[in-house]
Write a protein that binds this ligand. Sequence first.
Ligand code: SF4
Length: 290
Amino acid sequence: MEPKSTLEKLGKKSISATDIASQFWCEKQMELNYLYGRKYTKEMAKGAEIHAELHAETYVPLAIEPINYTDFLYKEFYENYLSLKGLKEKGVGREIKIYGSINGFRIIGKIDELRIEKGNVVIIENKTKETRYALSEAVVRPHKIQVMLYKRLLDDIIEKRYTGENFENTYIKGLKPLSERFVDELNALGIEKELQSIEGIYKKMFGEIYTMPQVSNSLELHYIDRFTGQKVESIKVTYDKEKLESLLIDAMKYWNGEVKARPVSEEEKWKCRFCRFYGKECKVWYDGTL
Ligand code: SF4
């Protein structure tokens, strides 16, 4: 029997931008989170609440319940199309899903915010933090990589390195048709015929990306206080394509199965103090002194 690929081992079909960012905090911890299940902490719940509040400001849902998987994807693409359209109309779009590929792996991401500023699209990633902790480079680095990755994925679509055909082969080929009830409801909502197919809607979604203003090289990280929901700090990140590519080559070694999940380096073993696997599933730096 063929040995399992890394994705199979983790029970995944695609790699998320968050997975890649987490590799730059601790790759081993990212892997253990999949193997042992992510623990939903109070901090995460608060972060999710803040994200949901921001999303609700711009979100226009398609109020139809999907019946089959094709309906589900349709709904996802339709809402994404509306968010992208909203970006041009209102100057801001939130929670925009982005699809792409790196080294043949399916990559997905969800961009917190796109904003039009001085005629360019600015990518913004919102993170929650506790004000009592200062932001260190170790904390910010994965966020910088995440936001740079979003820029790379958007550019790949705009510059046609990741085409509609690539997308179709990955997500559309072999799908069942939309369910009849779903189509009836699309009709009832007055959605034009041209948009009543999964091909029609994904092309429209891609069309919005092709026609968006230039995506700025200046990316932003916004840190929001976990308790008050107020923005407390902003960091500007300049997109460095070469640097990102070399980091991705390194990250992909794990997904290719070339290397096993790497723990933090000795200089960064302080991170282990915040890790729930320390001394249990991971004993790399465990000596009972931390
Ligand atoms: S204990 Fe340390 S090295 Fe091990 S998974 Fe956690 S952070 Fe990584």
